[in-house]
Design a protein around this ligand. Structure first.
Ligand code: CU
Length: 224
């Protein structure tokens, strides 16, 4: 029982590590897009077409061609070396069979069924027309991953503004009437203006604080 729990925890940790690794690269989770082979493009009837003929995926995603009816192939127009298509299925004969390809690079990848079309039909320069004509060709458009959003520094200044607002008047009031003599004594000497504008400002604010606490104390005194 304990062993089983440990195995489960280890499995979860592995999955989490993978997720983190992917996230760290700003990659989107790989997805699978399905294309029906031998089905009317945009419909559901058997036909010598791919459905859909146009597939859009993200980089790293997989396209899963599933045989719906008839004997067909999936053959890439582009070649990895002369005469060798970048991807190519066997001649698959019946429904339930499938062929997969993972698209690792962004771009447009055209393909055709070598039984019901020819390579020239999948030439990127004509594929819009051949798809419109209902030929057995298709195109996978692979999007590059979106650039990772740069974290915006906006929260910081906002936080500063809010923390800066507390009024200085609050603190002397809290300190109570016990400090009244000090607060009252400080300002008159300091506010003389001999120490430059900064000291003057400082003296003025100290004086204001002193006055504030003085008034407060006086009010309290009156009340009692
Ligand atoms: Cu075919």
């Amino acid at each position: 029982m304990l062993n089983r729990t440990l195995v489960a925890i280890a499995a979860l940790a592995t999955v989490a590590a993978f997720a983190l690794a992917w996230g760290g690269h700003g990659a989107v989770k790989a997805a699978v897009s399905t294309v029906q082979v031998g089905q009317l493009n945009g419909g559901s009837a058997p036909s010598n077409q791919f459905n859909p003929a146009e597939t859009e995926v993200s980089q790293g995603d997989e396209v899963d061609w599933q045989w719906y009816s008839g004997a067909h192939t999936v053959v890439a127009f582009a070649e990895s070396s002369p005469g060798v298509p970048e991807f190519q299925s066997d001649v698959l004969l019946s429904s339930g069979q499938s062929f997969q390809h993972v698209f690792q690079q962004p771009g447009a990848f055209t393909y055709y069924c070598s039984i019901h079309a020819v390579k020239a039909n999948a030439d990127p320069s004509v594929i819009d027309q051949t798809i419109a004509q209902g030929l057995m060709v298709g195109r996978v458009t692979v999007r590059a991953p979106a650039p990772t959003a740069t974290p915006s520094p906006t929260p910081a200044p906002g936080a500063e503004e809010t923390t800066a607002t507390p009024s200085p008047v609050a603190s002397p009031a809290e300190s109570g009437a016990g400090q009244l003599p000090n607060g009252g004594a400080a300002p008159p000497g300091g506010a003389g203006g001999s120490g430059g504008p900064l000291l003057t400002a400082l003296g003025a604010s100290v004086a204001a604080l002193g006055l504030g606490s003085l008034l407060l104390a006086a009010r309290r005194h009156r009340r009692s």
